[in-house]
Design a protein around this ligand. Structure first.
Ligand code: G3P
Ligand code: MG
Length: 247
């Protein structure tokens, strides 16, 4: 019997709401997702903000890099209309805003914070992310992840108990060594890794494996059988409603 696979809402329910907005995270709470995944960047004045890209062009009505705006300026942009005009009042939330929302609405929900520090290195980002988490009292609910493994090592030096995960693409053969080096707790991979021999080794070694970004329910059965802990999907409701799969 497969154990239940947790369902995480990728960038909130980003298939149906503008990604990484409070509307998307509120919807994730309402449908009963086990967790949310979100991406963070750093503003010019050091605020940790929730947005996927280094630039604001794709998901707001503004132009430029997140790092070149103060948070007060960034909040003025419309982060919802690109998705649908009815979301014109959505703005780029701060990490603090999102943690406060989850704490109030669904404190039992997991929050996977992906540090987007693999393109711009964002000096001091780890400290700032941890400050938000400690301030919100949500340390037991969060999982920090990054494609930048060194950053997860730095997190571990700053906080010995917070959950961390290495994010990677493809099928690397040495990922367990990488996880040991930075004392990461878990691994976040693509579906192809999860069903590979390397994926089996990771799961057999006791690392929780969470898989991104899975949007087809047909893939769930094979992933559940291979022992993955969670799926990160743009359509969490579709997976939560699917009764024909092993939950
Ligand atoms: O954290 C998993 C996934 O979000 C990584 O890719 O580009 O969607 O942030 P991306
Ligand atoms: Mg992400």
């Amino acid at each position: 019997m497969s154990k239940r696979v947790e369902i995480y809402a990728h960038r909130g329910c980003s298939g149906e709401y503008p990604e990484n907005t409070l509307a998307a995270f509120e919807a994730s709470c309402e449908i009963g997702a086990d967790g949310i995944e979100l991406d963070v960047q750093l503003t010019k004045d050091g605020e940790v903000v929730v947005i996927h890209d280094e630039r604001i062009d794709r998901t707001t009505n503004g132009i430029g890099f997140v790092k070149d705006f103060r948070y007060k300026q960034l909040k003025l942009f419309d982060a919802g209309s690109w998705f649908h005009p009815k979301y014109s009042r959505q703005m780029i939330p701060s990490l603090q805003d999102v943690l406060d929302l989850i704490k109030t609405s669904r404190p039992e929900m997991k929050v996977n914070i992906e540090l987007k520090n693999d393109v711009l290195l964002y000096e001091g980002m780890e400290e700032k992310v941890l400050e938000c988490i400690w301030r919100s009292g949500m340390a037991d609910s969060v999982i920090l992840s990054s494609f930048q493994f060194k950053s997860m090592g730095k997190i571990r030096e700053l906080d010995n108990s917070i959950q961390t995960a290495l994010l990677f693409e493809g099928i690397p053969s040495n990922i367990i060594e990488e996880a040991r080096k930075v004392r990461a707790n878990a691994l976040h991979s693509e579906a192809s890794f999860a069903i590979s021999a390397a994926g089996k080794r990771v799961i057999d070694a006791g690392y929780p494996l969470r898989v991104f970004t899975v949007n087809q329910t047909e893939k769930l059965e094979a992933l559940a059988r291979s022992g993955v802990s969670a799926l990160i999907t743009d359509y969490p409701e579709m997976f939560l409603e699917n009764k024909s799969v092993p939950f």
